[in-house]
Write a protein that binds this ligand. Structure first.
Ligand code: SF4
Length: 224
């Protein structure tokens, strides 16, 4: 099993980028390109609100920790959790938070802007947080949740074998992409309209070039 060095760790948040569009992940990590749009500003505001709340809070049988640093040397990822709840458990599978208060199970919660929807990249990013917690705390993390700011709804995500495998594969793919140092070409799709990098990426221009290339190939093929 490969163990990454601290200096080779990549931001965990890039996994959601990677699943959305490989070029976007490369523009962020390889070319260091950032540009805000309405969606990222809303997202930043939502995360700032989470950060502004109390770092640790107690609500009955739940302890809430905000901004916990996460790391996995096994997957080569580093990041910060919006929220990790610790739920009081009745069995032996949790961790001790304070003397005499029993065992607690970590439960990551990631904040997302907009309305509740299914996005594989979000689930993989959350699962990566769970795998970091398992590696750091040596206890199982079977479940977490995505919290959508617009309609304040929680979507429970179960970290089953398939999602864990997909998350590990995505982390390996992210490292391979960054190691290659090559940014994939743009391909225009509907999702580009919500991408904050559209003005830097210019996917329609690249698309035009692709069509010109196809047109030229056709013209040359028709020549006697
Ligand atoms: S504009 Fe489209 S192709 Fe370019 S990075 Fe964003 S999603 Fe990817």
């Amino acid at each position: 099993m490969a163990i990454f060095l601290e200096e080779d760790l990549l931001p965990l948040s890039l996994l959601a980028d990677l699943l959305f569009c490989e070029r976007r992940a490369a523009l962020h990590q390889i070319e260091r390109a950032w540009e805000d749009n309405l969606f990222t500003v809303e997202g930043t505001h939502l995360h700032k609100k989470v950060d502004d709340d109390l770092p640790v809070e107690s609500r009955g049988d739940v302890r809430i920790s905000r901004g916990l640093m996460l790391r996995s040397l096994r997957m080569g990822l580093i990041g910060k959790a919006d929220v990790v709840e610790f739920h009081r458990l009745g069995d032996e599978s949790g961790i001790y938070l304070e003397r005499g208060a029993g065992l607690w199970g970590p439960y990551p919660v990631d904040y997302k802007r907009g309305r509740m929807r299914r996005e594989k990249g979000f689930e993989i990013q959350l699962c990566a947080q769970a795998l970091c917690l398992e590696e750091m705390l040596h206890c199982p993390v079977p479940e977490g949740a995505l919290f959508y700011g617009k309609n304040r709804r929680r979507q429970v995500v179960s970290f089953d074998e398939q999602l864990r495998r997909e998350t590990e594969e995505a982390a390996a793919r992210l490292h391979a992409l960054v190691r290659s140092g090559r940014t994939p070409p743009a391909r225009y799709a509907k999702k580009c309209e919500s991408c904050s990098l559209i003005n830097l990426c210019m996917p329609k221009v690249t698309g035009v070039r692709k069509n010109v290339g196809r047109y030229l190939s056709r013209v040359l093929a028709d020549k006697p």
